[in-house]
Design a protein around this ligand. Structure first.
Ligand code: NI
Length: 376
């Protein structure tokens, strides 16, 4: 396919980022571009786009891209930097969208037998995510398998990383309110101080990972927010904490809030305070089914791509919503830029990775459709 066009799409999307569930212009751009290839896109959800490309009998393979940007003020000096204050494509989803458009264009011009279904979903970055609503709207009806990728600016451009089994963690979140009584800071003996209790609770919660969890089981518990107090001489009546828990194992995932409750209850009781824990389960973990994953790995290797074993990461991905319904494989595509991490105001990708992404998906479509998918 035409590399210039691929870059034009990606740069247009980069300059016009939209936040999760607000991808109105992005969805319109995707629809228009798909129509220019002769496809007939639909909107299964308000800011999600689907297009079907069927040529002859055969299985149906879905390909997924996410389209949302982040609430970050871009600090690059790229000529196509974000034109929207405070919003930036800082995770590469502009690249994912451009790649999938490139695949749609390429496949619309060449013969194959079966169906390719293009899923452009909203809101990967914001729970409950766009994938679940796309699935509920029926985008997987008749689909035999689904593939997705994520650009990885921390790895060399063009390098594909894949693995069977757990790849990305379940990202749960929590809010804790610790209540004391508050009062004059000069008379701590007359009150219950929620700040002192919260400090102890934050430290004790570290022991969920270091003392309660099996060291061979991946687990993260991070307290990421503390809100409380507004004056030097006033102890506030309550403190709010927030944070995230990341895990792969469902049994462990159920135990963590119980351990947290026990710690919070013990510390609050010791000091006469009270607490409320609100634990929110996030996306399921991304787990690649071995059989299809090994087929994908073999096809990519045969086709001459540079492929290596991925390491699991504790970041979450709502691609798991598709995997919960049909066999689905997710992999990483190196897009090594100047070294800033994802979600950073100076995040950049190496754009030559986009062409590799298109070629990888096209190679997978050709072989998987020709060789058949399990439910045929
Ligand atoms: Ni991302």
């Amino acid at each position: 396919m035409n590399q210039d066009e691929l870059l034009r799409w990606r740069r247009h999307l980069h300059a016009h980022p939209e936040l999760s569930f607000h991808e109105h212009e992005t969805a319109r751009f995707v629809e228009e571009t798909l129509r220019s290839f002769g496809l007939t896109p639909t909107r299964p959800v308000p800011t999600g786009v689907m297009a079907r490309l069927r040529k002859g009998p055969g299985p149906t393979l879905a390909l997924r891209a996410d389209m949302d940007a982040l609430p970050i003020q871009e600090e690059t000096d790229l000529p196509f930097r974000s034109q929207v204050p405070g919003v930036m494509h800082a995770c590469g989803h502009d690249g994912h969208t451009a790649i999938l458009l490139g695949v749609a264009q390429t496949l619309s011009e060449e013969p194959f037998s079966g169906e390719v279904r293009f899923l452009f979903q909203p809101a990967e970055e914001l729970f409950p995510g766009g994938a679940e609503s796309m699935v509920e709207a029926g985008v997987l009806e008749g689909v035999d398998a689904v593939l997705g990728l994520h650009l990885d600016a921390t790895r060399p451009s063009g390098l594909i990383q894949i693995k069977s089994g757990p790849l990305q963690a379940a990202p749960d979140t929590f809010e804790i309110e610790i209540r004391g009584t508050g009062g004059h800071a000069a008379y701590p003996h007359l009150l219950v101080d929620p700040i002192a209790i919260a400090a102890e609770a934050i430290l004790a919660l570290q022991q969920v990972v270091s003392r309660h969890n099996d060291p061979l089981e991946p687990l993260v518990l991070s307290v990421t927010q503390i809100h409380g107090g507004s004056a030097d001489n006033v102890i506030p009546p309550s403190v709010r904490l927030g944070g995230t828990v990341r895990s792969f194992n469902e049994e462990l995932r159920r135990k963590v809030p119980e351990w947290m409750e026990r710690i919070l209850a013990g510390i609050c009781q010791a000091h006469g305070g009270e607490y409320r824990l609100h634990y929110q389960r996030g996306y399921r973990p991304v787990v690649n089914p071995p059989e299809l994953t090994e087929r994908v790995r073999a096809i990519l290797t045969d086709a001459g791509f540079q492929v290596e074993e991925a390491r699991p990461v504790m970041g979450g991905e709502d691609f798991s919503a598709y995997q919960a319904r049909v066999p689905g494989v997710f992999f990483f595509l190196g897009a090594g830029g100047p070294g800033y991490p994802h979600h950073h105001p100076r995040f950049q990708i190496d754009e030559s990775s986009l062409q590799v992404g298109v070629q990888a998906f096209v190679a997978l479509v050709r072989r998987l459709l020709a060789e058949g998918l399990s439910s045929d």
